[in-house]
Design a protein around this ligand. Structure first.
Ligand code: ADP
Length: 498
């Protein structure tokens, strides 16, 4: 018997139930009868309280020297390291991903902590000459204010860290609204932030339903910035609402990422990349490979290799050592992936392997879907254009490199992309011509590192990037400062021109 965790909100440095008292549950997606945690179904009253607290804390937190703010985040990194295994085990149970991947998720949070902490001693602006004599000019970064961080379940530690860590180092205060499916991971993470000694109100946690508390945060007049990762549908609502209310907003949404395999590629290497990219995290990454664009000269051979490797993948609970592919997150996601198989069949795609809900033995107790290869997919089919977010990869045959790039770009999304080739000219052409925020050469579409910008073009985002120094651009405003030490009025564009 595993114990059921009781998650609470964290507001003003205190662990609180929702004001209206009702609770919800998260369950183990590999064993749906197992309740992992209960968490508060918060209401607008809890949101109001968290926002007021974050506003109050902001007045003093923004004045704490940035290197000191960063030291708290460094401590969070050290604590995450100490608790890495415990968090990874919990994540495997609550979210379903294999333990090795769950450890990677926590590691991303650790990397982000140490990287963001370093920024506390940088946060560089510029100094630049003034056009006037005896006048000094510079730019400084200033915090934005109260930030609402709305996060999904697929990276339940890494994504909140990506958002909260740079936000806090920059001098903002934050309210995390985690996904309904992974409240325990969020709670453990916030316990670690609390243990690092952050002052009350600087980081807050409000659990609950997206359409209730997420919406209330997005609409709240005293929230200055929303950083959102999730579906395109919700992102459209978040973006429109923030547009209407003049909030800063950073949106990270879907992808329809492709890996190109040219006829000159190292096929074994491309196979490793394709299997990891398509089926890692059960295809539930926004950077997952959902299209394989294969040159016709290697298509048959590569497809046979892929079939053989896929047939050996073992479905199972994330916490079991020999599991390659964990469950999908919930019933809705299982039905969604299933429905895309109906669409694929109706559109004339051929299911080479998989294609069904997995129900052998103990798999029937969870939300398992067989790893699936769709052959004969054409660029117009819905399965070639829409995000599926499951272990399903579509094979598309091409006759040339130019055609491969054109098909890769033929999507409304633009997050990640990959090309396997040994031809340097093709590699550089791909880097120039692919419409995506991330391009890998001879690597799979998944595998972002925290010190590089993360995000996409077209409908994937709204022009911002997470991670890297670009995260600072989300969580700060630029201020231009002019210091006139001439002792007299100097009128720009007038007094220094005849
Ligand atoms: P997914 O399909 O990945 O679950 P969602 O966009 O539904 O994506 O969820 C991502 C996050 O957005 C979750 O934390 C969810 O609770 C939240 N959310 C869902 N609907 C809304 C909404 N209307 N306003 C704000 N946040 C929302």
């Amino acid at each position: 018997m595993t114990t059921v965790l009781t998650c609470l909100n964290y507001i003003d440095g205190r662990w609180l139930s929702a004001t209206e008292g009702s609770t919800l549950e998260s369950r183990n997606p590999a064993l749906v009868t197992e309740v992992v945690a209960t968490f508060p179904r918060s209401s607008v009253h809890d949101v109001d309280l968290a926002v007021a607290t974050a506003r109050q804390a902001y007045h003093s937190w923004r004045k704490v020297p940035a290197p000191t703010r960063a030291e708290y985040i460094f401590r969070v990194g050290e604590l995450l390291l100490q608790h890495k295994e415990e968090l990874a085990q919990l994540m495997s149970r609550e979210m379903g991903k294999p333990l090795t991947e769950a450890r990677g998720d926590v590691q991303e949070g650790i990397d982000c902590a140490f990287y963001s902490a370093g920024e506390g001693r940088r946060l560089f602006g510029q100094t630049t000459p003034s056009e006037m004599p005896n006048k000094f000019a510079m730019t400084v970064r200033t915090p934005v204010g109260v930030c609402a961080l709305i996060t999904p379940w697929n990276f339940p530690v890494a994504i909140p860290c990506w958002k909260a860590m740079p936000a806090l180092v920059c001098g903002n205060t934050v309210i995390l609204k985690p996904a309904e499916d992974t409240p325990a991971c969020a709670t453990k993470l916030i316990e670690i932030f609390a243990a690092a000694g952050l002052p009350p109100g600087v980081i807050n946690l409000v659990h609950g339903v997206g359409e209730e508390v997420g919406k209330a945060l997005v609409e709240h007049p005293d929230v200055d910035l929303v950083s959102f990762t999730g579906s395109s549908e919700t992102g459209a609502f978040v973006g429109a609402t923030c547009g209407r209310t003049h909030k800063r907003v950073c949106l990270e949404m879907g992808g329809k990422n492709a890996q190109v395999v040219m006829e000159d590629a190292d096929l074994e290497l491309a196979l490793d990349g394709a299997v990891w990219g398509a089926f890692g995290t059960t295809g539930q990454r926004c950077t997952a490979t959902s299209r394989l664009i294969l040159h016709r000269d290697i298509k048959e051979k590569f497809t046979a290799m892929l079939y053989k490797r896929t047939s050996k993948l073992r479905l199972g609970a994330g916490i079991e050592a020999d599991t390659d592919i964990g469950p999908l997150i919930n019933e809705a996601q299982l039905q969604r992936v299933s429905s895309y198989l109906d669409i694929a069949r109706a559109e004339g795609a051929k299911v080479l392997i998989g294609g069904k809900i997995a129900s052998e033995g103990s798999l029937k107790n969870g939300y398992f879907f067989q790893p699936t290869i769709l052959d004969g997919v054409t660029p117009q089919m819905r399965v070639a254009r829409e995000e599926i977010f499951g272990p399903v990869v579509a094979l598309i045959e091409v006759s040339s490199f130019a055609e491969a790039i054109a098909i890769l770009n033929n999507t409304n999304y633009g997050l990640s992309s990959s090309v396997y080739t040994r031809d340097i000219n093709r590699a550089f052409t791909a880097m120039r011509d692919i419409e995506a925020g991330i391009t890998y050469i001879n690597g799979p579409t998944i595998g972002a590192e925290v010190h590089l910008p993360f995000g996409g073009v077209k409908n994937t985002g709204n022009g911002h990037r997470e991670a890297g120094t670009t995260a600072l651009d989300v969580f700060t405003e630029w201020k231009s400062v002019y210091v006139d030490f001439s002792g007299s009025l100097q009128r720009a564009q007038i007094d220094n021109r005849s």
